[in-house]
Design a protein around this ligand. Structure first.
Ligand code: ADP
Ligand code: MG
Length: 447
């Protein structure tokens, strides 16, 4: 492995236009990928991890140019030139996003993709051997016998048999199909492979085999790899470094060992906490990631993770348990979104055939507190008084008043976009708590 990056992604963006009406007027954009940057060295595997909807596949297809990026650069094989020898107009000669047809054809040989569903890269009407050999033909190898030899050899190297050449995709299991897809990705001798959730659709029992095959092949062929997964435990198996993605952005990146042993972003912590731990003496806190990734059409302000973050920063005015502060902000956001229905609760709590009004306000308020994990009484008197008034307003049907009361609760996390903090060794994170001169209390972890 050399230190020279094979791939340099710089501030890459992919925004999908949102249109409306018969004239398809653009009314907004889904910022699926919103400015990501990283390098992948020769022979290195970088993991890209995050929940479903974070923008991983969009990033992959923009990097490999199955889709056109909105902005940014993907510098491929820039050699020593990366960032130095630019064209007169400031563009880079090796920027994939600006390749013409001829350059793109060469790139399509050097960079290959493996998908979650191996069937997607295999034609059901073609023998698997032909499916793989076809690529050699497209790229100019006219000797049929030679093509067959190369493919047979590859089938063996991915753990199959040479005489599988003449069989059809339906004759194979999912794991075997993924091996064939891997052979197909390797046949043009690429330098770079993007694997998008390559084991997520496979039986748990065969995932380890395929991961270890990927590891072996990557080493044997000296490949650089972008390995995409929603599963941290899979990332640990194959990746030298890992980039954690949330809502179109990278919130943490670093060596796999460091990110796993010393996570600096609460989102990374939460993803790590989801890995099953067979060792009962493992005392790590269990962090539950509630809800799903918000829409990239109207992402949260400030730090995009603030709506779900267990470490969301308290405003100076209050002194609450961290989990109560989290509950309070979630309650505020739900009231704001009009997702609270006190009369529905009253009805649900009333006995069958009875008038819902037999259920008094206090019972409804208690139920709301329970639902939103608010304690019976908050430890901070001022905060308690506000919540009490908000709950009264809600049960009186005065939603706006409740909203006004609760809007006194604010967090720096929704106001300020976190900048990148450098933890050394290429380990970076973007969380307000990690600012070196933070006024927001101790960083997440410092050991
Ligand atoms: P992941 O692979 O991490 O699950 P994706 O890249 O598939 O995430 O999607 C990221 C976000 O972009 C999602 O909110 C998804 O709905 C949105 N998205 C993906 N493709 C399109 C598209 N063609 N048009 C509009 N939005 C899209
Ligand atoms: Mg995906």
């Amino acid at each position: 492995m050399t230190d020279e990056p094979l791939v340099s992604v710089r501030n890459l963006k992919k925004h999908y236009p949102i249109t409306e009406g018969v004239l398809s007027r653009q009314v907004g954009a889904a910022k699926a990928v919103d400015g990501i940057s990283f390098d992948i060295a020769e022979g290195e595997t970088l993991g890209l991890v995050g929940e479903s909807g974070c923008g991983k596949s969009t990033a992959a297809s923009s990097i490999i140019r199955l889709e056109e990026a909105t902005d940014g650069e993907v510098i491929f094989n820039g050699g020593g030139r990366a960032g130095r020898e630019r064209n007169a107009d400031g563009t880079h000669p090796n920027d994939v996003t600006k390749f013409d047809d001829e350059e793109l054809k060469a790139f399509r040989r050097d960079a290959q993709m493996i998908f979650q569903d191996p069937s997607s890269s295999l034609d059901p009407r073609m023998t698997v051997g032909r499916s793989v050999a076809e690529l050699l033909m497209v790229h100019g190898m006219t000797d049929k016998q030679r093509r067959r030899e190369i493919v047979e050899d590859l089938l063996e190297r991915v753990g199959l048999e040479a005489d599988y050449y003449d069989r059809y995709p339906h004759e194979f299991s999912g794991g075997q199909k993924q091996r064939i897809a891997l052979a197909r990705a390797l046949v043009l001798n690429p330098e770079f492979i993007v694997a998008d959730e390559p084991v997520s659709a496979l039986d748990v029992s065969i995932r380890a085999e395929i991961l270890s095959l990927l590891n072996d092949i990557q080493e044997e062929f000296g490949l650089s790899m972008l390995f995409i997964s929603h599963d941290m435990s899979v990332v640990r198996e194959v990746c030298d470094r890992v980039a954690v993605m949330y809502l179109g952005e990278i919130v943490e990146i670093g060596d796999t060992d460091e990110v796993f042993s010393n996570p600096q972003h609460p989102y990374t912590e939460a993803l790590l906490s989801a890995i099953p731990r067979p060792d009962p003496s493992d005392q790590r806190e269990n962090i539950e990631l509630k809800g799903t990734v918000p829409s990239p059409i109207s992402p949260p302000s400030g730090c995009k993770f603030h709506t779900r973050c267990h470490m969301v920063i308290q405003s100076d005015e209050y002194d609450l348990e961290q989990e109560d502060w989290r509950a309070l902000l979630t309650f505020r956001d739900k009231v704001r979104a009009g997702e609270i229905d006190p009369e529905g609760i009253r009805e649900a709590l009333s006995p069958p055939d009875a008038d819902p009004s037999v259920v008094d306000d206090e019972t409804v308020e208690d139920e709301l507190r329970m639902e939103f994990e608010l304690p019976e009484t908050l430890a901070d008197d001022d905060a308690e008084a506000i919540v009490d008034r908000a709950l009264d307003a809600l049960t009186d049907g005065e939603i706006e008043t409740a909203e006004d009361e609760l809007s006194t609760f604010t967090t720096p996390c929704e106001e300020e976009e976190p900048e990148e903090t450098d933890h050394g060794n290429g380990h970076l994170s973007a969380c307000l708590r990690n600012k070196p001169d933070t006024e927001h209390g101790a960083p997440l972890a410092d050991d």
